[in-house]
Design a protein around this ligand. Structure first.
Ligand SMILES: Nc1ncnc2c1ncn2[C@@H]1O[C@H](COP(=O)(O)OP(=O)(O)O)[C@@H](O)[C@H]1O
Ligand SMILES: [Mg+2]
Length: 281
């Protein structure tokens, strides 16, 4: 085999989100711990659902810990985009650990939101799923340190130290609210091999979502923010970089001239100068 450079040595996992892998040289390097941050409603969970589904399709083991929504809600959200999690669960390719509902009948749940219990449950799930490449989503980590933010960093180290031996590539989600940046995010960002940030803005009264790859070790990643679309029946897709997009929408010179002419005409009218040509109706 010929040596074609560094990329050849890095095994990458596809994210399952159309347009995203191109931003990171083809995917998430195997074994990486990725911190995913963003305010509510920016698309973190849907981004994670795609990662899980891609894992099922590629015959990876998939473990999804949900603290913010019930297992049913995750399965339902996925099904809206044509991803059959129910099948993945039945065929034992996937385990969803429901840390919200704490139902008595449910085998995979957490009695308490503490990090030791989380880690041991994830290992138990990994053993149940068996040997092989594993995708892990923890949605979200914030729930574990919400009442003890000072512990976030220590907990993050613990998770990585214990779980990296289990062949997991992980998405660790944190809620990011403008007012609570520090309390929610700082622990994970120290241990993260990659940081993917989702944002939302209100543009002329319309909500727009963006994503930016802030960090990805061993990767010549894209540095621009990209618009994120969430499409009914399809799921998440990534648009062009915002820089490129601005160029796409640069006004063409002819239109620009017309606008300037119209403006000048308006000024002349305002000043009472004669207008020889009346615009035709
Ligand atoms: N079927 C759907 N079609 C279109 N948009 C959807 C659909 N389901 C959810 N969404 C959009 O996705 C958003 C939720 O994204 P989510 O990934 O749960 O955000 P986060 O996890 O960052 O809080 C919703 O507020 C809605 O705008
Ligand atoms: Mg969410």
């Amino acid at each position: 085999m010929s040596e074609t450079g560094q990329q050849a040595a890095v095994e990458r996992l596809k994210t399952g989100v159309k347009g995203f892998d191109e931003l990171i040289e083809g995917g998430i390097p195997r074994g990486f711990f990725i911190s995913i941050v963003g305010e509510p409603g920016t698309g973190k969970t849907i981004f994670s659902i795609h990662f899980a589904w891609e894992g099922i399709k590629e015959s990876d083991r998939v473990i999804y810990v949900t603290t913010e929504e019930s297992k049913e809600s995750i399965v339902q959200q996925a099904s809206q985009f044509g991803m059959n999690f129910r099948k993945g669960l039945n065929e034992k390719k996937m385990i969803i650990i429901d840390a919200l509902m704490k139902s008595k009948e449910e085998e995979w749940t957490l009695n308490d939101l503490n990090i030791e219990e989380l880690v041991s449950k994830v290992i138990e799930a990994k053993k149940a799923l068996g040997y092989g490449r594993t995708r892990l989503v923890i949605d979200s980590m914030s729930a574990f340190w919400i009442d003890k933010p000072a512990m976030a960093r220590k907990m993050s180290y613990y998770i990585k130290r214990v779980l990296y031996k289990w062949d997991v590539t992980a998405y660790l989600i944190s809620q990011y609210a403008v007012t609570t940046d520090l309390a929610y995010g700082f622990g994970l960002e120290h241990i993260a091999d990659g940081i993917i940030r989702f944002k939302k803005i209100l543009s002329r009264g319309v909500l727009k979502r963006y994503v930016l790859v802030e960090k990805m070790r061993q990767t010549n990643h894209d540095l621009t923010s990209h618009e994120v679309y969430i499409k009914p029946g399809i799921g998440m897709e990534i648009g062009p970089g915002t820089e490129k997009k601005r160029e796409d929408f640069r006004i063409n010179p002819e239109v620009a001239k017309k606008m300037v002419d119209a403006k000048n005409k308006g000024i002349r009218e305002f000043l009472g100068e004669e207008e020889s040509e009346w615009p035709e109706k």
